[in-house]
Every structure is written in structure tokens, then in C-alpha cells.
Design a protein around this ligand. Structure first.
Ligand SMILES: Cc1ncc(COP(=O)(O)O)c(C=O)c1O
Length: 410
């Protein structure tokens, strides 16, 4: 279904039904596992919960009960959520090498001379649009190891330098994201490295599973804060997807926590890299890939091949898949940068802002009424969006927010 003005395409997922909990899909994201991951990362002095911001005025304007923004631009001073996954995966790889469970190992032990002597310097390898590589480089450095990072064609030089600043070697390739992922595997094999990739494929599921557990810490923090404040949980969650590890991690946690009362999950992708939307459209029960350069300002979401573990979770639980042009993300960035009087400013990058941009367009645009009704986005809706990155490409951020690049026309 397409909206002719905004070029938003969407498709509903009617498989979602009450009582359709499928244990085998999400037990690894159960709050008890995620709490372990959280306890581990809490040992790092950089760990701090990120803010959960209520945009009351915006909610009023849009006609919903609440808009909550989990603001990951404050995560570990790294301006994006991704380090949660990379750091936890590196920790788990190191614990495994020690032959111990993470509960049996402390950060101090991992950093000790003894452990260093046992391991030597390990090389971690990955492909990234920027944020995952930045997080992995940070974690490898923090734990005394090395990282080599491959970036896809067209990656931002600012993001490359930011990774190199964390002590990693990094390069921009002439490959798209998915080919860079394959290339990093070859490189790791040739250089005795360990691939820590933020997506799963056949026979490569353990490390991405740890990464997803790290991501689910965000959901854990959100729920803890909501419960502490005796507020009600969200009824809707906007989840932007690249390979879908992030979205599936959040879905999995909420499903484990609330089962049949879980919120509605809305999967949002750039139209140039909408592999979930297209897979839903083909609807043969299999994930389908998008190829080519995937030119979008939402660099973090420019991934054409779904994470196989994530796809199963999302395919089962998503309420709708929405494919968006860049203008929607740009609108979200501007809405958050120039809030209504009384709401807080949020610095949100391209991949972080698309959920808010989309919500605004759905609520305002009569031609999207069928989608709004399907999702039951009304005055009872409490909508959670996760600002997964701040201005990770500051020059482009200013072009959008200051100069009005990618204008949205209603
Ligand atoms: C800022 C940002 N948001 C969202 C995502 C999407 O995560 P995933 O690729 O797991 O779907 C990414 C991925 O790199 C990202 O960098």
C-alpha cells in the first residue's frame, strides 16, 4: 500500500495474534538473561542509563497519549546505542576463551596481566556503517585488544576517523554493507581474527545473539524506569531496521516480558534498503534481500540482508512494515531539534529520527488513515521511539537541520 504524496509504502502483518507466543524464538532475550548482561556492563565506569524523555507537547499535538524517546545519543559518550552489543559480545568471547561463564569473571580479571598473558592480543574484525564499528573498536581497546573495521562504499570520513581514534585500523571499501560483511569474514580467516558481526547467518548465530542481548539492555532500562515511576508501558514501539538485530532484540525483550500484552511493533526502513518490507510483501515465509548501493541518508539502516535470527522474531511479531523515503527521517530530525515549548531538545541523527518523523506523518496525513487505524494510533496510544544515534555525521546533521536538506512535502 503506497501513499502517493509521501511515498510511504506499508504492509500489515496479519500473522500477529494474541496468545501466539513462541518460546523458542526469544528465550535468549528473556529479562533474566538481559539483567546478567546489564550487571556485566555496569562494571564499566562509562556505563550510565540513557534518558527516557516524555515529549508531552508533541504527544498532545499529534493526538496520542504519550511519546517516549529513549535517547541513545548519550550512550557511553559514543553518540549511539551500538556499543551495548559490541562490548557485551567481546566480553562473552573473552569469557568463553577463559572457559568460564560471564558471572564467574569480573572486568578486573579480564583486564589483569594474567588474562592478557593467556590471550595475547586478539584481533576483532567487523563491517559497519559506522556505529557498530565505533562501539566494537571502543570495546576492543577498553579490554586491551585490537580491531580492524571495514566500512561500505560512501561511508562518512568523520565516522571513519572516529573509529580510528579508538585505536582500531579501519578502511572504507568499495563494497556495499552486505558484501563488506562477507569480506570481513575472509579477512578474519586470513589474519586469525574473530568476526564480531551485528547480524546472523546460517551457522553464525552465537556472537550476534550476544550482541542482541546487549541491545536488549535498552529495553530493560526502559521498563525499569517505567516501573520505578509507576507509569504504564508503551502500547506501540517504532523500530527502525537495518539488518533487524536491534529491532528483534527489543521485540524479544518486550514479548518475553509481556507475552500476549506486548505492544505493537512497527518496523521502519529506508525505501532503498527495505528488506523486511519486501520480504513481507513477497510473503513466502522467507527473508529476501535488497542489493545494490542502497543510497539513503539513514546510513545505519542501509543493510539489504535480514539477520536470520532477527527475521524469525520480527516476521512473527511485527504489526506492520513501513518503507520510508529520506524526507521522513529528515523531518524527524527537525522535529526533535526544534521541539514545542516545554518539550526537551533531542539531537537525533538520520537513523535515530525516522520513527518520530513517521509517527508525525501518519498522524497528520489523511491518506495514511488506513495505516493509522490498523495500528490503532489514537488518543490511547503510548508510543515509544528509540533515538538510536545522535549527530554521528555532524556535517550532514547540520545540512538537514540548519539548511533544510530533504524537505518533506505533505
Ligand atoms: C543508529 C542506528 N540505528 C539503527 C540501526 C539498526 O540496527 P540493525 O542493523 O540491527 O537493524 C543501526 C545499525 O547500524 C544504527 O547505526
Amino acid at each position: 500500500m503506497a501513499d502517493s504524496k509521501s511515498q510511504i509504502q506499508w504492509i500489515r502483518n496479519d500473522k500477529t495474534g494474541k496468545n501466539s507466543y513462541k518460546e523458542e524464538l526469544t528465550t535468549f532475550l528473556n529479562p533474566s538473561h538481559i539483567n546478567h548482561a546489564l550487571q556485566w556492563l555496569k562494571q564499566m565506569e562509562e556505563y550510565q542509563e540513557t534518558p527516557l524523555v516524555y515529549l508531552k507537547k508533541l504527544a498532545g499535538l499529534m493526538g496520542v497519549q504519550d511519546i517516549l524517546i529513549k535517547d541513545e545519543s548519550h550512550r557511553f559518550d559514543l553518540n549511539a546505542f551500538k556499543v551495548l552489543g559490541g562490548a557485551y559480545a567481546v566480553v562473552r568471547v573473552l569469557c568463553e576463551r577463559l572457559g568460564k561463564e560471564p558471572e564467574e569473571v569480573s572486568l578486573k580479571e579480564l583486564l589483569s596481566e594474567d588474562t592478557r598473558k593467556k590471550f595475547g592480543e586478539i584481533l576483532f574484525v567487523t563491517a559497519t556503517d559506522g556505529n557498530h564499528g565505533h562501539g566494537l573498536a571502543w570495546a576492543a581497546n577498553k579490554l586491551g585488544h585490537k580491531a580492524h573495521i571495514f566500512m561500505p562504499k560512501g561511508s562518512s570520513l568523520f565516522r571513519l576517523k572516529r573509529i580510528q581514534k579508538e585505536g582500531a585500523t579501519a578502511e572504507i571499501t568499495d563494497l556495499n554493507y552486505d558484501d563488506a560483511v562477507r569480506y570481513s569474514q575472509e579477512y578474519a580467516e586470513q589474519n586469525s581474527g574473530i568476526v564480531v558481526q551485528d547480524t546472523a547467518w546460517e551457522n553464525y548465530e552465537k556472537i550476534p545473539g550476544w550482541i542482541m542481548q546487549g541491545y536488549a539492555i535498552m529495553a530493560n532500562e526502559i521498563i525499569m524506569e517505567i516501573e520505578k515511576d509507576e507509569r504504564k508501558p508503551p502500547t506501540h514501539i517504532m523500530l527502525q531496521a537495518g539488518v533487524g538485530s536491534f529491532a528483534a532484540a527489543i521485540v524479544g525483550y518486550f514479548v518475553e516480558k509481556y507475552r500476549e500484552n506486548a505492544p505493537k511493533f512497527i518496523i521502519v526502513e529506508p525505501d532503498q534498503a527495505d528488506c523486511y518490507y519486501r520480504s513481507a510483501k513477497i510473503n513466502d515465509g522467507l527473508p529476501h534481500a535488497v542489493g545494490g548501493d542502497m543510497n539513503t541518508i539513514m546510513a545505519g539502516l542501509a543493510c539489504g540482508e535480514p539477520n536470520l535470527v532477527g527475521w524469525k522474531i520480527i516476521n512473527h511479531y511485527a504489526a506492520a512494515y513501513i518503507s520510508c523515503p529520506d524526507e521522513i527521517a529528515a523531518r524527524g530530525m527537525r522535529i526533535l531539534a526544534a521541539p514545542l515549548d516545554g518539550d526537551e531538545i533531542i539531537i537525533s541523527g538520520e537513523s535515530g529520527a525516522v520513527g518520530v518523523g513517521l509517527l508525525s506523518v501518519i498522524m497528520e496525513n489523511a491518506s495514511l488513515k488506513e495505516l493509522k487505524d490498523h495500528l490503532e494510533l489514537d488518543e490511547n496510544a503510548r508510543v515509544l521511539c528509540i533515538n538510536t544515534e545522535g549527530d554521528t555525521d555532524p556535517e550532514h546533521y547540520r545540512k538537514v537541520v540548519w539548511d533544510g536538506k530533504n524537505p518533506y512535502e505533505a
